[in-house]
Structures are given as C-alpha cells and as structure tokens.
Design a protein around this ligand. Structure first.
Ligand code: NAP
Length: 282
C-alpha cells in the first residue's frame, strides 16, 4: 500500500514554524522581515503567482513590498527598481517574477540581486554554492521536495535517485540536493537513451518534465518513492502532473499527488528562504 505525501500538510506545518521565526526576528530587530516582489507586465499566470506569494507573506507575518511595472518598462527602469530594493534595509529578500517581457535582459537584471537577498536561489553564486555543498539559498521547488522527503523519514543516503528533467530551476538543483544527501543520482532529459530502464532502477524517482502523465507504471520500480513536480492541464483543463498517478500509485511506497503535493511547498520554501536570509542579516 502506498503512502500519499501530503504537501498541504507539510506546508502548513512549515508555515507555522516560519511564523514563529518571523515573530522572533521582529522581537530582536524591531522590524518585520521583508520580501520584495517585482512583476513586470501583465502575464496572467505571473499575476496569480505574485498574488499568492503576497498572501502567503501576510499569513506568516512577513511584510511584502509589491512592485508592479508596466509591460513597456525599460531595462533602466527595472534595473533602477531592483537596485533601490537591494539598498533597502527593510527588504531581506528580492524576487523578480519570471519570465520577464522579451525586450528585457533577464540575466542582467537577475545579476543585480545580491546572493544574500536571492531568495529564489537562482543566482550563479547560490547555484555554485549548492554544487559545492556549501550553505546557500536553495531553489524553492527542489528544496520543498527535500523537506517533504526528510519529514516523511525517507532514507536518501545510498539510494538510487533518478531525476527526469535538467532545468536550472528544478532538475539540476534537485539532482544536486539528492547528491549532497548521498544518493547516487542519474539525471535524464529528452535525449536520454533507455529512459524506461533507468527510471526502473530508481528508489527515488523525481519527474520534472512538463508532460502530462508521462511516467507510467512500467517505468517505476516496486516500492519506489515517486515525486511529481509537473503542473500540466489535461484535455479537460484539469490540473495533472507528469506522473500517471492512477497507473503508478500501486507500485510506490510513497507518491506525491498533483495538485496537493510539491506545489504547496514551493511558496512555503520562498518564505522559508526569506526568513533564513533575514536571520543571517542580524
Ligand atoms: P523545463 O524547463 O521545460 O524542463 C523540462 C525538462 O524535461 C527538460 O530538461 C527536458 O529535456 C525534459 N524533457 C522534456 N521531454 C522529455 C522527454 N520526452 N523525456 C525525457 N525528458 C524530457 O521545465 P521545468 O521548469 O523544469 O518544469 C518542469 C515541470 O515542473 C513543469 O510541468 C512545470 O510546470 C513544473 N513546475 C512545478 C513547480 C511547482 O511548484 N510544483 C515549480 C516549477 C516547475 P531537455 O533539457 O533535453 O529539453
């Protein structure tokens, strides 16, 4: 019988801890922890993400600084805004919602965020530190996966872990975190040969592909832990993951559902990183 990993429950528990740490920070410093969010343009999905992030801040006692710029904003305007947030002592974390409009130089803008305020963990320095297994702010989605695996008491050391997907925001940091936790890690992608066989060797299988129901039962070892990072819409417009949940679940020891698995942890880890950044600044 498989166990469902309940991302909502893990997220709620962690948000309780974050709230307490935020209160302690205020007692010590006399100010609230601050997270600045920058949204350029009117991408509807980005607007929803930003709204959810602001709401999550309010619920955990973190002050949010929302900064909205129009689609037509110039490189200089966005850079000026980010620089002002970098110099704002009330701002502990800066998040620039991606993707930015195509006319903007995303790399140049992101590089303005100093490593200690990079709460998305996407900067070269934080990614580099992760590779070196040094203290850093870790990308939120893979960090959320690790938090859930640890909280469930799932052994990682010595296990075969397979990550499908090699994006900079999910697949690569996920693989590094598993490696740093002493798993033997294989990273798969669209050019991987024998994908099915490799997946079948996984004690821990993480799917971060972006293709609905891609992982089927014949790709899963009996007793595997299956983590589904994917967020897709099926033909009826319903949310579904990269794993064919109904097909795969009976093979697993643990499995994350979509929705309600990895998703709820992502914003929580953003708050977690913001608290860590603030505490380190004291
Ligand atoms: P991405 O940048 O598009 O990367 C997808 C990866 O999957 C790529 O490395 C790609 O390989 C690989 N891939 C595509 N088709 C494949 C195939 N047939 N066989 C093997 N590998 C294949 O996507 P992402 O940003 O990492 O996101 C992945 C999924 O996670 C999406 O559904 C996204 O919405 C979701 N997501 C969820 C959260 C959350 O909070 N739960 C956060 C972020 C992302 P190549 O490198 O060779 O192209």
């Amino acid at each position: 019988m498989y166990k469902l990993i309940d991302g909502k429950a893990h997220s709620a528990r962690l948000r309780g801890e974050i709230k307490l740490r935020a209160e302690k920070f205020t007692e010590k410093s006399g100010r609230k922890i601050g997270l600045a969010v920058v949204l350029v343009g009117d991408n509807p999905a980005s607007q929803v993400y930003v709204r959810n992030k602001i709401k999550a801040c309010e619920e955990t006692g973190i002050k949010s600084f929302a900064n909205f710029l129009p689609e037509s904003a110039t490189q200089a305007q966005v850079e000026e805004l980010v620089k002002s947030l970098v110099n704002d002592a009330n701002v502990d974390g800066i998040l620039v919602q991606l993707p930015l409009p195509a006319h903007l130089d995303e790399k140049a803008i992101m590089s303005l965020i100093p490593v200690e305020k990079d709460v998305d963990g996407f900067s070269e320095q934080n990614m580099g530190r992760l590779c070196l297994n040094e203290k850093c702010l870790v990308a939120c989605t893979p960090n959320g996966v690790m938090q859930m695996l640890r909280a469930e008491g799932i052994e990682i050391r010595g296990k075969n872990a397979v990550v499908i997907g090699r994006s900079n925001i999910v697949g690569k940091p996920m693989a590094m975190l598993l490696l740093n936790a002493d798993a033997t890690v294989t990273v798969c992608h669209s050019k991987t040969a024998n994908l099915k066989e490799i997946c079948r060797s996984a004690d821990i299988l993480v799917a971060a592909i972006g293709r609905a129901k891609f992982v089927t039962a014949d790709m899963v070892k009996d007793g595997a832990v299956v983590v589904d990072v994917g967020i897709n819409r099926n033909s009826e417009g319903k949310l579904c993951g990269d794993v064919d949940f109904e097909d795969v679940k009976c093979r697993c020891s643990y499995i994350t559902p979509v929705p309600g698995g990895v998703g709820p942890m992502t914003i929580t880890m953003l708050l977690y990183n913001t608290v860590c950044a603030a505490e380190r600044s004291l």
